[in-house]
Design a protein around this ligand. Structure first.
Ligand SMILES: CCCCCCCCCCC/C=C/C(=O)SCCNC(=O)CCNC(=O)[C@H](O)C(C)(C)COP(=O)(O)OP(=O)(O)OC[C@H]1O[C@@H](n2cnc3c(N)ncnc32)[C@H](O)[C@@H]1OP(=O)(O)O
Length: 414
């Protein structure tokens, strides 16, 4: 219970007014401590529900709150952003009377839904609710930030990666931990850039890893929402070009490439799908999941070719068609993972090994990799092109759109 009291002097008498908050109700207790008998006279407690409209936020409060939103240090998440958007629109324009956006216009549709859900909420109430929400965000996000130092911020010129080079090893770390390292369009481009740079730098080997509790959650599903003027067809076409170039970079990467994952990996990058060119070290906590069918999509990263070769066609079907999630141990038994380490000693053991590898003659390693991979390179590029073309069609399907809408509207998770 939260108590505040004020003393009011009324002639020789001192009137004490205590305000206390109790389960959302304001109680006012008035007593006369200096009465002749020195007994506290408690007026019958006056209990009233303060009318919220009596505490309406002023236009100035509202403007301050709008400025505060811009200064939030942590992204409050899509749900809260939609709430803020809808309250802002209601407060400034009143009830939503815009036409409903089309089903493929996902972002605008989500915004419209949120605004429309406020019905005929009065402008003043929306303004007050906006101010209250911002004030609760400002305190909670400042006090309980869970972002580790160095996460989700610029490093070495990259927005979505942390790239370091030391002891002959270039480490490319996916760095969107608050989004479970989902690959947005910028990250696709930055990974390609980092791989091209690593292929030319002095390091002997390159390591790909993720920051936070997910190695990666695969393609960022909001990639589907930003529809260009050419519509969804153009979006799907651009997506296929981007994916083909992205996977192509892995196929052509000339140095030994190691994926080091301590935690779950979903979609793309779990894919040792780029089989012939990547070694995978996993902790016993890691899992591998390619839920293409769940998302109305189809295999990518050459997995339709490499998985059935590495595992067996039957096991590959379970993974690629039915989306069966494999533990690190199962993935290792199937040949998708090179070795599994105990979670508690993972970093130490893997880095000891990587540092030893990085001391081997770099040219010998490069040439050895080339001779292993070259026989398959042309085939891998052809498979990549075919997979991207099939995916382009899948992205336009209702199955895919529904899966994306369900995730974005918080109806499903994998
Ligand atoms: C026309 C298209 C052009 C595209 C361009 C090229 C595309 C190439 C695509 C090739 C094919 C790729 C296939 C895949 O990668 S399939 C895998 C896709 N991934 C998913 O479906 C995972 C979805 N995420 C989840 O199921 C859960 O988030 C997860 C189980 C991973 C974690 O759950 P948890 O409860 O622990 O955490 P949250 O859900 O609260 O997540 C925290 C925040 O991170 C956001 N998030 C997580 N994953 C994604 C994602 N893949 N895309 C977008 N956003 C993601 C999540 O929304 C939370 O955000 P907020 O804090 O803002 O709410």
């Amino acid at each position: 219970m939260d108590k505040h009291s004020i003393l009011v002097c009324m002639g020789w008498e001192q009137l004490e007014i205590r305000l206390q908050k109790c389960e959302g109700w304001e109680q006012i207790e008035i007593s006369l401590p200096n009465c002749s008998s020195l007994q506290v006279i408690s007026f019958p407690v006056v209990q009233l529900h303060l009318n919220r409209t009596a505490m309406r936020a002023s236009q100035k409060d509202f403007e301050n709150a709008m400025n505060q939103v811009k200064l939030l240090k942590k992204d409050p998440g899509n749900e809260v952003k939609l709430k803020l958007y809808s309250l802002y629109k209601q407060a400034t324009e009143g009830p939503c009377n815009m036409p409903k956006p089309g089903v493929f216009d996902l972002i605008n549709k989500a915004k419209w839904d949120a605004w429309n859900a406020l019905g005929s909420l009065p402008k003043e109430t929306a303004r007050q609710n906006y101010v209250d929400l911002v004030s609760s965000l400002s305190s909670s996000l400042e006090s309980s930030s869970q972002v580790e130092p160095g996460t989700d911020r610029k490093s070495t010129g990259y927005e979505t990666l942390m790239v370091t080079s030391e002891d002959g090893i270039t480490k490319i770390m996916l760095n969107r931990p608050t989004k479970k390292n989902a690959l947005n369009v910028e990250m696709y481009h930055e990974i390609m850039h980092a791989l091209k740079a690593a292929s030319k730098d002095d390091s002997a080997i390159t390591v790909l890893t993720g920051n936070g509790d997910y190695y990666s959650s695969g393609n960022d599903l909001t990639n589907f929402t930003d529809i260009p003027p050419g519509g969804v067809e153009e979006k799907a076409k651009n997506g296929a070009v981007l994916l083909r170039e992205f996977v192509g970079c892995f196929i052509d990467f000339p140095k030994p490439l190691i994926a080091s994952g301590q935690c779950p990996a979903l979609g793309h990058l779990p894919s040792p799908s780029l089989g012939y060119s990547i070694a995978v070290y996993a902790s016993d906590r890691a899992t591998f999941h390619t839920p293409f069918s769940h998302l109305g999509q189809s295999p990518e990263g050459c997995s339709s070719y490499t998985f059935p070769k590495i595992m067996s066609p039957a096991k590959a079907t379970e993974m690629l068609v039915f989306g069966k999630k494999l533990t690190a141990g199962e993935a290792c038994a199937q040949g998708l993972v090179t070795e599994v380490f105990p979670d508690s000693t993972f970093q130490k053991e893997v880095w000891t090994r990587l540092k030893a590898f990085a001391k081997l003659p770099p040219n010998a390693m490069r040439i050895s990799k080339e001779i292993i991979r070259n026989r398959e390179k042309e085939k891998l590029h052809a498979v990549n092109a075919e997979e991207c073309s099939v995916l382009q069609g899948r992205w336009l399907s209702d199955e895919c759109m529904n899966a994306v809408v369900n995730f974005l509207s918080r109806k499903s998770k994998l």
